[in-house]
Design a protein around this ligand. Structure first.
Ligand code: AMP
Length: 187
């Protein structure tokens, strides 16, 4: 029953690796970013609430994200395990996750951090903007998202401390997947 928290800056390949691992383990990949994009597209109340934040690269308020994750982790398909991709992104979210997991008598098995140098991230995000047409991949928004990451998300590495497994995200996609699988098996 793999329960994995996946961390890394925007553009680190975290989402792609999350999808590959979720497929190979047969567990859901839970990404608040994906949930928000779907809600925005459908024009729901939640979508309207988060659009301005997500469009400008600013983190959505903790209580909104926490509620979304709480709801998602209550679904039956998460019983077999899960990959949290993009949550938690702040210390209060990590604290809320600890409480939530305790309340449903679960724990995480691994915390993975995929790292890529800043200069490469910007290039990768620009390429993704062209490929996927994501509205939050403009240069200004990319800068904002990286600032949010370093200010609010990076401190989580200290929060999780010795539980974190570090992965170099610079090699090819297939190689990174291989490294992750090797490290998790050993861990
Ligand atoms: P992502 O697809 O993970 O890059 O997320 C896209 C956007 O959704 C982010 O720039 C934030 O505005 C919002 N978002 C995603 N996950 C979180 C989170 N855990 N906390 C706050 N905002 C989030």
């Amino acid at each position: 029953m793999p329960r994995l928290i996946l961390m890394g800056p925007p553009g680190s390949g975290k989402g792609t690796q999350g999808e590959i691992l979720a497929d190979s383990w047969g567990v859901p990949r839970i990404s608040p970013g994906d949930i928000f994009r779907a809600e925005i597209k459908q024009g729901t109340d939640l979508g309207q609430k988060v659009k301005a934040f997500s469009d400008s690269g600013i983190l959505v308020p903790d209580e909104v994200v926490i509620e979304v994750i709480h709801h998602r982790l209550s679904q039956p398909d998460t019983k077999a395990g899960w990959i949290l991709d993009g949550f938690p992104r702040t210390v209060p979210q990590a604290e809320a996750l600890d409480l939530l997991l305790k309340s449903i008598q679960q724990n995480y098995d691994h915390v993975l951090n995929i790292d890529v140098p800043d200069v490469d991230l910007v290039d990768r995000l620009k390429i993704r903007a062209q490929q996927l047409g994501r509205t939050d991949d403009t240069e200004e928004v990319i800068k904002q998202r990286l600032e949010e990451y370093y200010a609010k998300t990076r401190p989580l590495l200290e929060f999780y401390g010795k539980h974190v497994t570090f992965i170099d995200g610079t090699p090819s996609m297939a190689e990174v997947t291989k490294h992750i699988q090797q490290k998790l098996e050993l861990g």
